[in-house]
Design a binder for this molecule. Sequence first.
Ligand code: NAD
Length: 493
Amino acid sequence: MSDQAVLEGVSVDTRHWIGGQRVASPGTFTDVSPIDEQPLAEIAAGRAPEVDQAVAAAQAAFPGWAAMPAAERAALLHRVADGIDKRAEELAVVETRDNGSLLRSHRRSVMPRVGMNFRYFADLLRDLAQPDREIRGHRERITWDPAGVTAVITPWNAPLMLATWRIGPALAAGNTVVAKPPEWAPLTASLLADITAEAGLPPGVFNVVQGLGPEAGAALAAHPGIRRMSFTGSVPTAGRIAAAAAPNIVPLSFELGGKSPLLVFADADFDLAVSLAVEQFDNAGQVCLGAFRILVQDSIAEEFLAAVLEKARAVVQGDPRDPATGISCLVSRLHLERVDGFVQRATAAGATVALGGAPNRELGGLFYQPTILTPVPAGAEILTEEVFGPVLTMQTFTSEDEAVARANATRFGLAATMVTGDPERAERVSARLRAGTVWVNCFFVRDLGAPFGGSGQSGIGREGGTHSFDFYCDLKNTVFAPNGWTGPGASHG
Ligand code: NAD
């Protein structure tokens, strides 16, 4: 069987990357393109032995990488970013085939951000050192010491961007990494391994074990050699990973699902609010931060729904490689059935379909129509569970208090978006929304320096800026006694 898959002219190695070598497995799994449901590649299916090998390689590489002067480490990570930028077009076309997301988004925003995930944290590393502090005559030093081997387990909806958002800071911190890419979109992680080798990263600093979640993922989560566990994915998987990692007392950083609200007040810029609502169909709704619960003030609800429907109907659904396409397909047949199941149960519970509500029969395959459900009966599953597809609900509210109560009526808390023309309302309401990120009159504005993560079941911890280093490092406080210090006493405390 071939170790290479060739997609759109780009050759991708289908084996693991461990200790600077390609490693095969006895078994493989089939990677299928969601665009046409055709097989793309047979990928090495790692299990505990390959995970053991990768963790051992990462452990062996750790002392050298951790001891490397920060400026040298940063320079190497800049070379990785240069390699990503150089191969951005290859990464974009492969990722589009692999997960079905829009090619133009990969070109315009996703792949540039992948490079930034290395560049930003490499630069930040240079500013980490703080001057020593004088404390009761003693000299106190705070350092961010590398913690060890970091496991990175990530999903398929933006595979390379989400993986490197964790890999970039972990490597910059001086940790070594074992990444387990998503089985539904595993290919660009393999290209990243090639890029890190070309950039001169020492063998074992970055490793990739391909495989299925319950096999490779579970073995990695439970491995006693892991010192940090960085996971992006669903809440049920997070629970399994937390349980597996618990006996080893491994710090966790979890970025999980959401059911975020979009609040539209009657005083909002109407066109902006309509655009933001329709924008939620981006990536066929396979976006953790998506605001899928639209809450609109009742005085404008009818007019607002009509405008949203008109704009949504104009979005072209089709092949993600076609520049005219605004909404593409879902990632797998299993996922399409899951999304449709949510919609069918919602209508059975009394929700009304205002738009879509079924697979796109004209296109067939994995294309699901952009769907809006309104009204939806209180207590319906569709109002509380994450669908991860192009399915919006619309509910109304009368007062500001009611809007806030409905927005916060979720066990998640990843993001919240509000649209209002009243600056005082913007201050009041945004302060009361329970979410890791709140956007006022905007959406998806992300800064790598800002804390990012979720409240409630949307996650554990925050990454971004120095928050990332706080997680990936062991913070250490060293206290130097002054010359001639003779023992404890007054300086205790
Ligand atoms: P998932 O939880 O099914 O899988 C995520 C990763 O976990 C995959 O690599 C999978 O192989 C692995 N995995 C599965 N079972 C495992 C196990 N037992 N042990 C270890 N690893 C295991 O999620 P998904 O369906 O791939 O992705 C969608 C989810 O990800 C949604 O809930 C979405 O909201 C969330 N997500 C969150 C963010 C964020 O930043 N908060 C970003 C993107 C996606």
